[in-house]
Design a protein around this ligand. Structure first.
Ligand code: NAP
Ligand code: F7E
Length: 323
């Protein structure tokens, strides 16, 4: 029987890469969209005619029950969330409703409609926050530093709890930052590579950033969605850290991105306190040993390759727009 997967957050960065991966594996892919007044299919335009797109919202449990009943997926990947950390201080309740309680709504819908469905929860390295150990692994205690991080801790534990309470095949991927040319413009990697393209073509001269000392373990999104899929192919559900094992500062990111376009970052980057956060996560670096040993997962793109890919893509996009 052909496998059928439901992806929430199909219009997001990871949703688009996961959909491509599942289509390549021969799946029927159902993507859940929330209602908006305009279409935002930018990331799934190229595969839209191979997807079944259905309407639903993590804030509305009836919509989740209805689409599970109608489309009968065998696997559900919960990628939908209010995913921008900075926004979570301004919209903490919405973040909690979507990123935390949304997980319970979906798990409950699965429990009611078909408890055989395999479930993936998009957990985050932001759960480690003010880190208790370096590198962070599956057993590292959580200490979230934003309403987003707090909401993800809830989403993680409710996934573990439904696995243990009801025997659901529910796995949680603790994914460290992963980026791509499809990353939202507000996240620091894409903000930098997008600015590099504009500065290199003479449109802008300055880029305002916040904390240049923050360190992150940045990987490539297309590598990370393979780990999500591998988790649901295991006999037993479990939790996994997915990371590169390397960390770089925002300053190093700037150096690499501007350098790739032949520019000196110090001539263009200015610090603006509007981009500082009420509480910062200073250092993240993950230990992907379990994912490598149990899932056989390896990343293919390293930090330098990722930054170069993103700068090249943003420069090509800008050239296209200026034509
Ligand atoms: P993203 O690009 O921001 O995509 C988020 C998706 O969630 C979008 O499709 C968005 O729809 C959808 N969404 C938001 N609120 C919703 C709601 N109430 N109901 C239904 N859909 C809703 O995020 P991403 O980078 O792909 O990340 C995917 C998941 O992994 C998220 O849960 C994120 O928190 C988590 N995560 C990401 C990273 C990372 O580094 N990228 C690392 C760890 C964990 P619209 O298009 O309509 O806004
Ligand atoms: O910030 C610093 C900022 O917004 C990275 C999400 O996908 O990954 C992401 O969360 C770092 C932070 O990602 C600017 O203070 C400096 O230390 O790109 P970001 P994030 O907060 O790490 C995790 C794993 C997720 O789960 C989230 O969904 O960069 N930084 N200056 C800046 N960040 C931004 N956005 N903008 C700046 O100007």
């Amino acid at each position: 029987m052909r496998k059928r997967a439901l992806i929430t957050g199909i219009t997001g960065q990871d949703g688009s890469y996961l959909a491509e991966h599942l289509l390549d594996q021969g799946y029927e892919v159902v993507g859940m969209l929330r209602r908006s007044s305009t279409l935002n299919f930018e990331r799934i335009d190229h595969i839209q005619d191979r997807l079944t797109l259905v309407s639903g919202d993590l804030l509305d449990e009836v919509s989740l029950i209805g689409l599970l009943k109608e489309h009968r997926p065998t696997e559900v990947y919960n990628l939908a969330a209010q995913s921008f950390v900075q926004t979570s201080w301004g919209q903490p309740v919405l973040t909690g409703e979507t990123t935390a309680l949304g997980v319970t709504r979906l798990l409950d819908a699965i429990r009611m409609v078909d408890p055989e469905i395999r479930f993936y929860q998009a957990s985050s390295s932001e759960m480690f926050g003010k880190v208790h150990e370096v590198p962070q692994r599956e057993t590292t205690p959580f200490y979230p530093r934003s309403p987003y991080g707090v909401a993800k801790v809830y989403g993680h534990w409710i996934t573990v709890n439904y696995r243990e309470s009801y025997g659901l095949h529910a796995s949680s991927g603790m994914l460290f930052n992963h980026e791509s040319p499809r990353r939202g413009l507000e996240f620091v990697t894409r903000k930098v590579t997008h600015a590099v393209a504009r500065i290199a073509s003479g449109i802008d001269d300055k880029l305002a950033l916040g904390n240049l000392d923050a360190q992150r373990d940045w990987g490539y999104a297309a590598d990370y969605v393979r780990a999500m899929w591998l988790m649901l192919q295991q006999d037993n559900a479990d939790d996994y850290v997915v990371a590169t094992g390397e960390t770089h500062s925002v300053r190093e990111l700037c150096e690499a991105a501007f350098g790739h376009a032949g520019l000196d970052w110090q001539e263009h980057v200015v610090v603006d306190e509007r981009f500082l956060r009420p509480a910062e996560v200073d250092l993240l670096v993950g230990d992907p040993t379990k994912a490598r040993e149990v899932l056989g997962w390896e990343r293919e793109v390293d930090f330098a390759g990722l930054v170069a890919m993103m700068v090249d893509a943003d420069r090509a996009l800008l050239r296209e727009r200026l034509r």
